[in-house]
Design a protein around this ligand. Sequence first.
Ligand SMILES: CC(=O)N[C@H](C=O)[C@@H](O)[C@H](O)[C@H](O)COP(=O)(O)O
Length: 229
Amino acid sequence: MLNELIEKLKGQLIVSCQAEGDSPFNSPEGVTMFAKAAIMGGAAAIRSEGIEKTKMIIEQTQVPVIGLIKSKFEDGSVRITGSLKDVKDLISIGTHIIAIDGTFRKREKLTGPEFIKKVKSDFNCLVMADIAKEDEAIACAEAGADIVSTTLNGYTPETVGDKIKSPNFELVKSLVDKIKIPIIAEGRINTPQDAKRMIDLGAFAVVVGTAITRPHIVTSWFVEAMKKV
Ligand SMILES: CC(=O)N[C@H](C=O)[C@@H](O)[C@H](O)[C@H](O)COP(=O)(O)O
C-alpha cells in the first residue's frame, strides 16, 4: 500500500525550486518565493536543494517538500544527498521526502541502492531514488526506495549521451512497465505538453525545474532562438 503522502502526488506537478551561482534567486527567500508562486499555480509539492532553503520552504508552505543536498563526485558530476550526515540534516528540518542519488557510483563505500537500503533501515523516512539508468532504478526499488525519479539521466558519465534536448520518454515508459513503485518523470520537461505525455505514459507525477524556476535560462532559450537565421 502506498504511503498517504505519496498517494497525494499521483498525477500531480512537482516544481523544483532551486537556484545556484549568480542567480538573483539564490537565497532561501528567493526560492521560497518561487515555491509560493508554484503552489498558487497548482503545484502539489516542491523539490528543494540545501538545508537553509529547504527549511524556509517547509516553514512557509503547506505542501510536501522533497529535499536534497547537492555535491560532486570526483569527476565533477552531480551527486544528490551523498552522505548520511546530509540525510540526517534533511530529516532534522522536517523534510517530507529525501531525494538520494540512486546511481551505482560509490559514496561512503556504498552504491546508491546499498546506501538507500541503509537509510531505509536506519531512519524512518521516505526516499526518492534519483537514477540515471534502468538497472539503477530496478536496484533502488529492490533496496526499498519509495519512489524512483529519472533526475540523473543524462547527467552521469555513463548517460551523458542521453542528454538530448528533450526529456527521456523511452526511459520513463520502460521503468513504468518494469517497476511497481511510483515512477516520477524528471529532467528537461520544458513544456506542459511534455509533462502531459509523461503522465499518459504512466508516470506517477512530473517534476519540472528549469522551465519554471530558472528564468535566466528560459530567457536564453528565447534569445538563442531569435538569433537563428
Ligand atoms: C541534474 C540535476 O542536477 N538536477 C537537479 C536535481 O535536483 C535540478 O537541477 C533540476 O532542475 C531538476 O532535476 C529538474 O530538472 P529540470 O530543471 O530539467 O526540469
